[in-house]
Design a protein around this ligand. Structure first.
Ligand SMILES: *Cc1c(COP(=O)(O)O)cnc(C)c1O
Length: 431
């Protein structure tokens, strides 16, 4: 395995990650939460940039969510489902074997203790069920009959179909033909869960076309449909709403770490595709003196075009109804790549773009090759098969831990389990 790919040069060197380089929140501002204003602007990012035909449907969602988020009955219904159906709280697990391994790889033998936030233990195997249940509950509250969404890797589709089944809603998932072929097992899951899968053959037959197809269908039928977005992306209110449904991750992790260690962690780490599991973990820590790292896919290397490191190399643009950082090829969103199909997105949630601009969160990237190594490390050392998305966070977390002292701790978000990836990884490794 090539562990010295040129992309690594874009990561902070170990000695630059030391605790002397703390990213503390600014003390001059009251904006400790780095939250959006009433119209969904996170600084210069976010907002709502929509074609006319989507303005009314999305405004209806924004108004309904504004009511729901202030309704204790709605919130307690949501929290109860997380407990009784999803299985929350998820564990904060101290990964001693992984920690010892990292220490054994350093010259000095030091290295922070690594804790894993076990979102892989959620029902349906990842964090996505948290926001899918929230969106499904909101849809019911609005009197909608059907959930509609696009899916790339199929994970959002499966989580949404799960929520729809539980709450007695219909579910229609649009998916590009290429993704349907790559993610056959997820297509079967969605169908078994009662969803209708619409195969999209336009253009590149992938996520971008699936988004367009699903939005077009929604605009015609929004009186009976709710559009469920799969990450902290899209027009207002979705980046705020999906973050709110995910922030339970960080609330639990912060409390669990305080209880176990009597103090806050020194750093927290999560992978960033659209950014929902990361915002979910980060939100509770934004006002704390805790270093925060988002990890993007460097794919085959940042010097190639085959990556999806939006926060590292993107430029300002408008995508999917939001102003954010975008990897662009001329006027078009670039064709991006990651070994983890859930991270394969040319944009990113606007709150991440804001947190990067404000200097509150550090964004790094790891390559496909580093991800595969970390994937295997976690399997062998801890008996945990991570999602390839989550293995990005593990890879960076191991590097970060190696740069810290034995007395320090870090939390890495294990956003999902890797059952969906074992076939592919087995092929790549030739086992
Ligand atoms: C979808 C997915 C991701 C990426 O989505 P975010 O919105 O960036 O969290 C990460 N991990 C897993 C397991 C996923 O399924």
């Amino acid at each position: 395995m090539n562990t010295h790919s040129p992309a690594l040069e874009n990561l902070p060197a170990d000695n630059q990650l030391s605790s002397t380089n703390q990213t503390t929140p600014p003390t001059q501002t009251s904006d400790f939460t780095y939250d959006a204003d009433a119209t969904g602007n996170f600084g210069t990012y976010g907002g709502s940039y929509l074609p006319d035909f989507l303005v009314a449907p999305i405004a209806e969602v924004a108004a309904a969510y504004e009511e729901a988020r202030n309704d204790p009955a709605f919130l307690s219904q949501y929290r109860e489902l997380l407990q009784t159906y999803v299985g929350r709280p998820t564990l904060l697990y101290q990964a001693e074997n992984l920690t010892e391994y990292v220490r054994s790889q350093t010259k000095t033998g030091h290295g922070a203790r690594i804790f894993l936030k076990r979102e892989d233990l959620n029902h349906s195997g990842a964090h996505k069920i948290n926001h899918c249940l929230g969106e499904a509950l909101l849809a019911k509250r609005m009197g909608k009959r059907k959930l509609i969404a696009e899916t790339g890797a199929g994970q959002h589709g499966v989580a949404l179909a799960t929520a729809a089944a539980l709450l007695g809603l219909e579910c229609e998932i649009h998916m590009g033909r290429i993704d349907v072929e790559k993610q056959h097992a997820n297509v079967m899951r969605m169908k078994l869960l009662g969803a209708q899968v619409v195969i999209v053959d336009a253009g590149g037959k992938s996520l971008k076309e699936a988004v367009d197809s699903a939005f077009a269908k929604y605009a015609e039928n929004y009186h009976e449909m709710f559009f469920a977005i799969g990450s902290v992306v899209g027009p207002h209110p979705y980046p705020t709403m999906v973050r709110d449904f995910q922030k339970i991750i960080g609330e639990e992790a912060r409390q669990q770490h305080l209880k176990m260690e009597n103090r806050l962690p020194d750093a927290i780490v999560a992978c960033v595709g659209g950014g929902s599991n990361a915002m979910g973990l980060f939100n509770a820590f934004l006002a704390d003196p805790v270093d925060i790292y988002g990890v993007e896919p460097a794919g085959k290397g940042l010097e190639t075009k085959e990556h999806a490191a939006t926060l590292t190399l993107g430029t300002d643009g408008v995508l999917h109804g939001m102003r954010t950082l975008v990897l662009q090829d001329g006027d078009e969103p670039a064709a991006v790549h990651s070994i983890a199909s859930g991270l394969d997105y040319p944009g990113v949630g606007p709150q991440h773009a804001h947190l990067a601009a404000a200097g509150r969160v550090n964004y790094a990237s790891v390559t496909d090759a580093e991800t595969l190594t970390a994937f295997q490390d976690l399997c062998r050392l801890e008996g945990i098969i991570p999602a390839l998305e989550s293995a990005h966070a593990i890879a960076f977390g191991m590097k970060l831990a190696a740069s810290l002292e034995k007395t320090q701790t870090i939390i890495v978000n294990l956003s999902g389990r890797g059952d969906k990836d074992v076939e592919y990884v087995g092929q790549v490794l030739g086992i």
